[in-house]
Design a protein around this ligand. Sequence first.
Ligand SMILES: [Zn+2]
Ligand SMILES: [Zn+2]
Length: 342
Amino acid sequence: MRAVVQHGIRDVRLEERPNPTPGAGEVLVRTSAVTICASDVHMFAEGNVGGVSWEEPFIPGHEAAGVVEDPNDTDLPAGTRVVLDPAVACHDCDMCAEAMFHLCRNLKFCDLPPVDGAMRELIAWPANRVFPVPESLDLVEAPLIEPLCVAVHALELASRPAGAVAAVAGCGAIGLFTLQMARLQGAEKIFATDPVAERLAVARELGADETIQVGLQDPVAEILRATGDRGVDLVFEAAGPQEALEQCLGVVRPAGEVVVIGIPSADEYRLQASSLRRRELTVRFVRRQNENYPQAVELVRRGAIKLGPMLTHRFPAERAQEAFLLAERKLEGAVRVAVVFD
Ligand SMILES: [Zn+2]
Ligand SMILES: [Zn+2]
């Protein structure tokens, strides 16, 4: 099979690799497309994500969709169109016992070295981590169910989306899904911020009431002005950089809540203790998602959430290097970029 392999910083190549053989409880999936997550971009451009690096060349990608090629010993019929949940919990530890599978102490994650990712023609994956999707869904858009799950989970953690004045910092895929989810759950007004004008246009299309272009406008000043200095009840940080978190903390009202989803490059945040304490803020961190696939698939099936506007670019596997560079540089209004296998 052909596989995209990362050899070094900003160096991915399409290569031949042996076909995988499914083990007990695994199905073999023929991959249709893999979308490039911000975490893949960190690994591509910086050589690590959240402190995890690699020693051997590895296959990136964890947002994948495809078609069951070989059911093996499972009851998923061949030909089923599916998305993959990249996280495999042990079902044995204390966190799993409390149904917090995403916080499993022995979690295996697709594309976190040494586990190879999904950017290859065939992948063997546990059948219970493979979810059927409707026939109507484009299999190049379907990998976006994964970042959608993160947004579904972020809204599960947020204590009061209904009726809230909210802000979303960062209009990448997760930010835009968070925006859609906040709207769906009854947020009264939503601000969205991002440095890229095209992304803000998508945010408006998806229901942002006001957008602020970071770099040209000051998000803190604009949001405070628009709320009569009140600030917002709930902010989602879906950008990553320190400045974005500072802006979130700058616009949240006393007793408000900041939900942090983004991954900072430097793997650390600086917080001003007094500013958090005096306003008695709640700062929540989001770790991916927890068993949200069936719910996310259903939201897409009934048209409550759109995937299409987030998938801005498609590249054949031969041009994976170009796809990664575009995703890194966020050129041409790129939100999510797909690497497609034919
Ligand atoms: Zn992802
Ligand atoms: Zn576990």
